[in-house]
Design a protein around this ligand. Structure first.
Ligand SMILES: Nc1ncnc2c1ncn2[C@@H]1O[C@H](COP(=O)(O)OP(=O)(O)O)[C@@H](O)[C@H]1O
Ligand SMILES: [Mg+2]
Length: 149
C-alpha cells in the first residue's frame, strides 16, 4: 500500500430504512473514492442521500437505517498496510470510536442548531483532543487556543 492508495473507498454502498410502511432504499449502489490530499464533493438534490452516506462513514446512521450491502474501506495513513471496512465495525466499539472524531470528523450542517449554548466551541475542541490524543488537560487547553488563534 503506497501513497496512491485511496484514503477512503466507498464501494457499491446500499442503505435502507426499515419504516412501518416498508423498506425504503435511500442509497442504492454508491461508489466513490477519496485520495490523499484531495477534496471530494457529493452533489445531489435534497433527499438524494448525501447525508446518509456521510453518516454511514462516521458510524452515525439513525436507528431505522441499515447498511444493506457494500463496503467503506478506510486506509488510515497511521496504520500503513491495514485497510478497515467501516461497514463491519461495531458502531459503538473501540475501533469505531477511535475512527470517529479521531481519524474522520464531520462538521454538521446548520451551525445554529449544531452548536450548543451549553458547551463553548473551545470545550468541544478540547473534548475531542482529550478523547483522542494523549495530552493533559492543560496541554489540551493550550492546543485548543492555538487552533482557534
Ligand atoms: N431518519 C430518517 N428516517 C427515514 N428516512 C430517512 C431518514 N433520513 C433520511 N431518510 C431517507 O433517506 C433519503 C436521503 O436523505 P439524506 O441523506 O438526508 O439526503 P440529502 O442529505 O442528500 O439531502 C431521504 O430522501 C429519505 O427518504
Ligand atoms: Mg443532507
Amino acid at each position: 500500500m503506497d501513497r496512491s492508495t485511496p484514503l477512503l473507498r466507498v464501494h457499491d454502498l446500499r442503505i435502507g430504512f426499515d419504516l412501518p410502511e416498508g423498506r425504503l432504499v435511500a442509497v442504492d449502489g454508491v461508489s466513490f473514492q477519496i485520495r490523499r490530499g484531495s477534496t471530494v464533493a457529493l452533489v445531489g438534490e435534497s433527499g438524494s442521500g448525501k447525508s446518509v452516506v456521510s453518516q454511514a462513514i462516521m458510524g452515525l446512521l439513525p436507528r431505522p437505517a441499515k447498511i444493506l450491502g457494500g463496503s467503506i474501506l478506510f486506509a488510515d495513513p497511521e496504520k500503513p498496510g491495514t485497510i478497515t471496512d467501516i461497514v463491519r465495525l461495531p458502531v459503538d466499539g473501540r475501533e469505531m470510536r477511535n475512527v470517529r472524531g479521531g481519524r474522520i470528523s464531520i462538521i454538521f450542517q446548520e451551525p445554529m442548531t449544531s452548536l450548543s449554548p451549553l458547551h463553548t466551541v473551545g470545550n468541544q475542541i478540547r473534548e475531542a483532543l482529550e478523547l483522542h490524543r494523549d495530552v493533559s488537560a492543560r496541554e489540551a487547553t493550550e492546543l485548543t487556543r492555538d487552533m482557534l488563534a
